[in-house]
Design a protein around this ligand. Sequence first.
Ligand code: FAD
Length: 413
Amino acid sequence: MTDFDIAVAGAGIVGTSTALWAQMRGHRVVLLDPAPPGSGTSSGNACTIATYGCLPVNDPAVLTALPRLLFARDSPLSVSWSHALRNPRWMLGFLANCRRGPSRRIAGHLADLLSHADAGLNPLIAEAGAEDLILARGQLTIWSTAEAARGADAGLARRRELGVRAEEITVAEARALEPGLALPIERAVMFPEARHVQDPERLVQRFHARFEALGGTTVSARVTATRAQGDHVRITADGRTLTAGRVVLAAGAFSGAVAGSGAERLPLGTERGYHLLYSGEAHRISRPVGWAEGGFYAVPMARGLRLAGTVEIAGRDAPPNPARLAYLERRGQEMFGTLPAPTSSWLGFRPTMPDSLPVIGRSPASERIIHAFGHQHLGLTLGGITGRIACDLAEGRQPNIAIDAYRPGRRYA
Ligand SMILES: Cc1cc2nc3c(=O)[nH]c(=O)nc-3n(C[C@H](O)[C@H](O)[C@H](O)COP(=O)(O)OP(=O)(O)OC[C@H]3O[C@@H](n4cnc5c(N)ncnc54)[C@H](O)[C@@H]3O)c2cc1C
């Protein structure tokens, strides 16, 4: 007999959702993480349940605008060239997927999964009694130059083609909705079906508390290796060993470090992102506002006003880049006119495959090891549905959603 039916490595939104789904279905579940639940990338994001977010960063515009994006002082994208040269497989794959055909195909696969996001997340919110953390006020996207506003046509058309509700509103309507915005507005689009979480870390903590209340076990340890043997998997975590019938690997950007899991051979990279927090300033807006040219969101959340976003292609070990934080601060001043000095700053690691699709499926190393990572910009949104799918797979069942596009062994470019 194994120690547990299901072991989950990683207690971010993806792993904790998986653990809660599995515990709700009556399994003996252990959740392993050296850090407190929800304290990783899942804590500092832009708080948005972004069911409209099917357009990948891999966009043809990235290729045409690359030189300007990379060298301009006001660019939301930055690349460490030494990191790119050390990781050519990820970088070249990422760029290859910016071509029109792959980019459109990826958007279709993301839209498919996003269409199930609420069905995966809402039962967990209800089970954990976390409705008070969720606000349903939509998301507002702003373009502040005529050129960028025109350039948004193709993306909006693709979203609508894929079933996303996107409502064009007038500049006056946008200003009436969010009078605190000071930036020029050329175009405004409302995504009415989006919701936001008042505090994503607290959401994961609520899921975790419910998981434990239902009898789940938490072990504070880093999983270093998994080895499938016959009818079980042996898990090594900080020197101790335990056994489980199935293991779900949900360690976000760090999933590739687990030996024997099959993830160590995948081209998992990271898009680093930042936030600045202005406590006491949440009243400036009433819903998440995305500034297209700025490449970040402003979000009113429980801890204050959070400016979160931008993409930095650099290693997980590199220190925080002060230039990226200065960029956010400067652009925040443009967005709101004036802001006090930020209260705190944060750097997080989006786990990203070269094709911007998550990895969800049975590992090539063993059908007893299930991969559930790589959710890039959408982990808060997709954690619940990923958890449900991972739980189906751990039970040896076929999910009722097509998941072939996300399988670990796919071609990434
Ligand atoms: C600036 C920014 C803004 C974002 N905004 C949004 C948004 O608005 N909406 C949205 O949907 N998504 C957003 N995202 C993306 C989202 O935050 C991530 O996709 C999501 O948090 C990934 O969750 P995760 O559970 O995979 O990883 P994490 O939250 O990083 O959790 C992984 C966990 O695994 C643990 N771990 C690591 N190694 C091991 C190991 N060997 N053994 C055991 N445990 C291990 C870590 O300690 C950590 O707790 C944003 C991201 C950033 C950076």
